[in-house]
Write a protein that binds this ligand. Structure first.
Ligand code: IMP
Length: 212
């Protein structure tokens, strides 16, 4: 069993959007986050075929490179009719130009070609923490829902406009950041896969949030 995470940690990302989101989540718990990019660490190749393996690859490399506890996330969209694709290839389906309209069009087209009537899908977020001494822990959050075509909404990022979470009629692309990613102050379950994984991590490894 590891100690709590406290003080300074490294976020194993070179993505400024992810870094901002992680910093906002960690700050109320008294954690100062630097990024692997800011420390000049190189990005390891994500060679795993599942989210947990890829998150661990990134967290281990950053913990070793920085000599600090490291936090990494790996996430994506899994479509039932496509046997779980795009899954760990979610970012790659958008190509070099990060064209998620094209990635969502590919999902729609491959679902049609599959002949399956299922519109079910889920997002997964694996959060891995690795310590320089080799200890590690993983937390996995999921949110299930239906794919929605034509897509709706301009908020969020990635596949948000084509995903309607269970219990809602609006897509993630039609929701505010607070509604999608917010951590409810009353301890209720958050909505997004990433926020759910973070709630598990916080309950296990972080000091209680200071709301001030
Ligand atoms: P990663 O940076 O390797 O974790 O890639 C994750 C990819 O999955 C992103 O580029 C998005 O395409 C997709 N993804 C993950 N989480 C979300 C989300 O909350 N909304 C929409 N797309 C997401």
């Amino acid at each position: 069993m590891n100690d709590r995470l406290e003080g300074k940690i490294v976020i194993a990302t070179h993505n400024s959007g992810k870094l901002r989101e992680m910093r906002e989540l960690l700050a109320p718990h008294g954690i100062e986050a630097v990024s692997a990019g800011e420390l000049g660490l190189s990005e390891p190749e994500e060679t795993g075929d599942d989210f947990v393996t890829n998150a661990l690859i990134k967290a281990r490399a950053a913990a070793k490179g920085a000599g600090l506890p490291a936090l990494a996330d790996d996430s994506g969209l899994c479509v039932e009719a496509l046997g779980g694709a795009p899954g760990v290839f979610s970012a790659r389906w958008a190509g070099e130009t990060k064209d998620f309209a094209a990635a969502m069009a590919r999902v729609a087209q491959e679902m049609k070609a599959s002949g399956s009537p299922s519109r079910r899908a889920h997002f997964v977020s694996a959060l891995a923490v690795a310590w320089p001494d080799g200890a590690e822990q993983v937390f996995e959050g999921k949110v299930f829902g239906d794919l929605t075509f034509p897509t709706r909404g301009t908020r969020g990022f990635g596949y948000d406009p084509c995903f309607t979470p269970d219990g809602y009629t609006r897509t993630f692309g039609e929701m505010s950041a607070e509604e999608k990613h917010g951590i409810p102050a009353d301890g209720a379950q958050a909505l997004s896969h990433r926020a759910r994984a973070f709630q598990m991590l916080a309950a296990s490894l972080l000091a209680p949030a200071d709301p001030s």
